[in-house]
Design a protein around this ligand. Structure first.
Ligand code: SAH
Ligand code: SF4
Ligand code: F3S
Length: 450
């Protein structure tokens, strides 16, 4: 057993959405006072946390195959008389709970996204029992974890995530999030502003506000009033040193007038919005319980474009939802063709146990779903390429975040969240620099310092 002075190694692997990335960082923050420092590899870690995603079947399967790969490291450590705690966190933990302990007897702890502030106590409990006690914690505590988590202390690059809202009350019929994350909760305005100031003081220039339904944000302001996301963004923009603001993920129904106006007025708010629509067919949107028609989506896009003419959009699509006919799918293609996206993600529908859609009739044959996905993806890739190529010859500000794939390259993000790489010295990392774009590809841009 190590003494408190000795650093213990913590390996965290993260799947799923940006919220999980943020949470993984916060788990490391909670464990730091206990002597845990993050390490890049699981081999000799004292604690391994798999922060999991339950959104589609494939995501869930990955957890068990990864657990299988980590197990021999635990055995090897045990043979040396050392201990490795294995924990499953995140949305699979919340959804599967005890089942994970049953299926993987070498897992010590399973805990859901709302319990991370209880980590020190949970770790103490498993360790006290000399490895015999195993823990499942899938409670939804009445006190928000945000009130109890320590101040974040991780080392950040120039761009950071900040969770402002968590959970979802929308209950789209295909989606597990309302069950794994619980009901909507918005952090108070001051807590958000304080965290933003600390991030900016530590050198962060870009903040992405996170929420499963971030534009449904309704946090309590210091004036006692309830603030929407637009007002929060305006307050953030007043903080000196914050150059870029983004937010994700939004629901089309929650784009209110003030938020749309903010896109026209706030210089720091980037001209790029991820706005998932899922389908272009009113029949399918209804079956998905999205509670709006395609028309509303077109209207929101038009209003945003009126407020900020250079804004670009990305979206999420599901193909092969139960009951989706050829015509419904054509409507999705039409929507994509009309809007012209800068990028988009598309997925084959995956039935999730316990969701209303999982028992719907009219299953789409996997082969047909596959064909539709390929058609949609090729349409989207074409739009993405056209969008990226439209910047050739133009200069754009890029926030450089990391070394590129090849030696001598550095990589960063444009206002439109495009990945841009150039050949330049690493001194440029952490700064926003103007780049002359020379070439546009499906997923990136290449240029030179302007
Ligand atoms: N809160 C966001 C997205 C949450 S999940 C929103 O409201 O849009 C991210 C994306 O995963 C979704 O937009 C959807 O396109 C996809 N997704 C969610 N559940 C899915 C399922 N059961 N099968 C396939 N894709 C799914
Ligand atoms: Fe899931 Fe719908 Fe909530 Fe998004 S809005 S998290 S898709 S239930
Ligand atoms: Fe996955 Fe949970 Fe995020 S299911 S997408 S990690 S909210």
């Amino acid at each position: 057993m190590g003494t408190a002075a000795q650093k213990k190694k913590l390996f965290v692997k993260t799947w799923g959405c940006q919220m999980n990335v943020y949470d993984s960082q916060r788990m490391a923050d909670v464990l730091a006072p206990l002597g845990y420092a993050t390490s890049e590899t699981p081999e000799d870690a004292d604690m391994v946390i798999l922060n999991t995603c339950h959104i589609r079947e494939k995501a869930t399967d990955k957890v068990f195959s990864d657990l299988g790969r980590i197990r021999p490291h635990k055995t090897a450590k045990a043979e040396r008389g050392e201990k490795m705690l294995i924990a499953v966190a995140g949305c699979v933990a919340q959804a599967e709970g005890d089942f994970i302990l049953e299926r993987a007897p070498y897992v010590d702890m399973v805990f859901g996204p709302q319990t991370y502030h209880e980590l020190p106590e949970m770790v103490a409990r498993v360790q006290d029992a000399a490895g015999e006690k195993r823990i499942v914690n899938t409670e939804f505590p009445t006190v928000s974890k945000f009130d109890l988590l320590p101040v974040e202390q991780g080392v950040h690059g120039p761009s950071a995530f900040l969770s402002v809202q968590e959970g979802c009350d929308k209950f789209c019929t295909f989606c597990v999030v309302p069950y794994t994350r619980g009901s909507e909760y918005s952090r108070p305005v001051n807590a958000v502003l304080d965290e933003a100031k600390r991030l900016i003081d530590s050198g962060v220039q870009e903040i992405t506000l996170l929420g499963q339904n971030v534009n449904a944000y309704h946090g309590e302001g210091s004036d006692g009033a309830i603030w929407g996301l637009g007002r929060l963004i305006r307050a953030l923009a007043d903080i000196k040193g914050l150059h870029r603001i983004r937010y994700t993920t939004s629901h089309p129904r929650d784009m209110d007038d003030d938020l749309i106006a903010a896109h026209g007025e706030i210089r720091q708010l980037m001209p790029f919005l991820h706005l998932p629509v899922q389908s272009g067919s009113d029949k399918i949107l209804h079956a998905m319980n999205r509670k709006h028609k395609a028309e509303l989506y077109f209207d929101v896009i038009a209003r945003l474009r009126a407020a900020r003419p250079d804004i670009a959009f990305s979206s999420d699509f599901i193909v092969g939802f139960p009951g989706e006919s050829d015509t419904d799918f054509e409507d999705t293609l039409k929507l994509v063709d009309t809007v012209k996206f800068a990028s988009a993600y598309s997925f084959k529908y995956s039935a999730r146990p316990g969701t209303p859609a999982a028992v719907m009739k009219g299953l789409v044959h996997p082969k047909i779903a596959e064909e539709r996905l390929a058609r949609l993806q090729s349409l989207i890739t074409g739009q993405q390429l056209a969008f990226n190529q439209s910047f050739v010859g133009q200069t754009m500000p890029v926030l450089f975040e990391r070394l590129g794939k090849k030696q001598g390259q550095i990589q960063g993000r444009s206002p439109y969240n495009q990945s841009v790489y150039i050949e330049a010295a690493s001194e440029n990392l952490g700064w926003i620099k103007n780049v002359l774009i020379q070439e546009g590809f499906d997923n990136s841009l290449r240029g030179i310092l302007a």
